[in-house]
Design a protein around this ligand. Structure first.
Ligand SMILES: Nc1ncnc2c1ncn2[C@@H]1O[C@H](COP(=O)(O)OP(=O)(O)O)[C@@H](O)[C@H]1O
Ligand SMILES: [Mg+2]
Length: 402
């Protein structure tokens, strides 16, 4: 009798370069994270006293997208919780993880916590009720609660949130609450109240971008587990690493490039992923990444970006010659932004805030700016779009009606 299941399995395998596609997903978190030893060490140093029942500092992790912040903190906290359970000489630790994209107010964050901790739905209860419920749980169970607020910059009332959680910790005589804030936005800290800044950023950790060699190693590990043997050419890995290193040093981009290249190879019934597949994957990945990035931008920043995109697009179409580089003056961008915000029925921000927005977009790598030399009109900020105007327009146009 033939092994039918096995035959099915080998049939599926035969038609795909993937052995286990999940491993090549950007959501997959490997147990071992190379090149993050220093960050792991620092996190442990900071959190370890909680295992002895001591209060610990809040922690703030930041760095660009794809530098391993989410993976690192999740891996470290899972191990910490495991250890606390295994050992009788360790205090009770409970760690929670929240992506603030989905829970973006103080109320929602605290509500999510008590719902999970009590396994009961408290929606509709007042803000002070849910707050008291949370502190009560920590006190009664004498736990060290460590709350990860990932993408913390997306919380609407972030100052209030940090303040409430810090105050809760200060009031507790038994148990403790501490926060690990995580942000892809390097500018975020500057927007906080002084008080929030000093309590959230008691200890800060930067996650630097990866270089091409580091990305190659990270990809090699994934290739080994995620793809069938001999299905990925070395040069394809090299190219994916080089692209990702050049763009931003972002492991997510590198992994997505391989994933899409694998899908392209499968579609074309190729048995091996080549450089050509990676090159073709790049266009798809660019759109994926821009889409993801744009969706995290606050509304007003989306308007500014849309203004830049529209102007760049129209310049590309109308200007030829030396001035066709798509370089914009901040004045014209501000006017266009102003117009767009008005049409949306929103009040445009002042020029000063607008300049802040430009800085933020630059940090995300969406634009590059320089100050022009002294000209007829004095100095002005020159702006150049860092992403493809066509792709960006196709993302923003359906979101913002004008
Ligand atoms: N050092 C590393 N080793 C292996 N994979 C990594 C490493 N750093 C990041 N990754 C992978 O890259 C992707 C993005 O990482 P993530 O932790 O989500 O970054 P961030 O939160 O900084 O945006 C994930 O699939 C993650 O597993
Ligand atoms: Mg993250």
């Amino acid at each position: 009798m033939v092994d039918i299941k096995e035959m099915f399995r080998s049939e599926i395998k035969k038609n795909s370069v993937f052995k286990n596609k999940n491993i090549v997903s950007p959501h997959y978190i490997p147990d071992i994270l190379p090149f993050r030893d220093d960050q792991i060490k620092e996190i442990i140093l900071n959190l370890a006293p909680a295992l002895q029942g001591k209060k610990i500092n809040n922690l703030f992790l930041y760095g660009k997208t794809g530098t391993g912040k989410t993976s690192t903190i999740k891996v470290v906290l899972a191990k910490m919780e495991e250890l606390a359970k295994e050992r009788t000489d360790c205090k009770n630790i409970v760690t929670t993880y929240i992506n603030c994209r989905n829970h973006n107010t103080k109320y929602r964050i605290i509500l999510k916590h008590i719902n999970d901790l009590y396994k009961h739905d408290y929606v509709g209860y007042s803000s002070s009720f849910v707050y008291d419920k949370l502190t009560e749980y920590v006190r009664k169970n004498k736990i060290g609660l460590i709350i990860v607020l990932d993408e913390i910059d997306l919380i609407k009332d972030v100052d209030d949130t940090v303040y409430a959680l810090t105050r809760a910790n200060d009031e507790l005589t038994e148990g403790s609450i501490s926060i690990v804030g995580v942000s892809n936005n390097v500018m975020f800290k500057q927007k906080l109240d002084m008080r929030t800044k000093s309590s959230l950023c008691e200890k800060e950790l930067v996650f630097p971008p990866y270089n091409a060699n580091e990305l190659t190693k990270i990809l090699q590990d994934r290739v080994q587990e995620g793809f069938n043997e001999n299905c990925v050419e070395d040069s394809a890995i090299g190219l994916a690493s080089a692209y990702a290193a050049q763009e931003s040093g972002d492991a997510r981009t590198a992994i997505l490039l391989l994933l899409r290249a694998g899908e392209i190879a499968d579609e074309n019934k190729e048995t091996k992923i080549t450089e050509i597949d990676v090159r073709n994957a790049k266009k798809k990945v660019e759109k994926d990444i821009l889409l993801n990035m744009v969706s995290t931008l606050p509304e007003q920043l989306q308007y500014v970006l849309f203004a830049i995109t529209r102007l760049t697009k129209s310049k590309n179409q109308t200007t030829l010659g030396p001035n066709s580089e798509g370089i914009l003056h901040s004045g014209e961008v501000y006017n266009e932004y102003y117009r767009i915000a008005k049409i949306q029925g929103k009040s445009p921000v002042s020029l000063k805030w607008f300049k802040q927005y430009l800085e933020e977009l630059e940090l995300y790598g969406m634009i590059a700016t320089t100050i022009s030399g002294k000209g007829v009109r004095g100095t002005t900020t020159l702006i150049k779009l860092g992403a493809d105007a066509g792709i960006l327009n196709s993302i923003l146009e359906p979101k913002i009606s004008i």
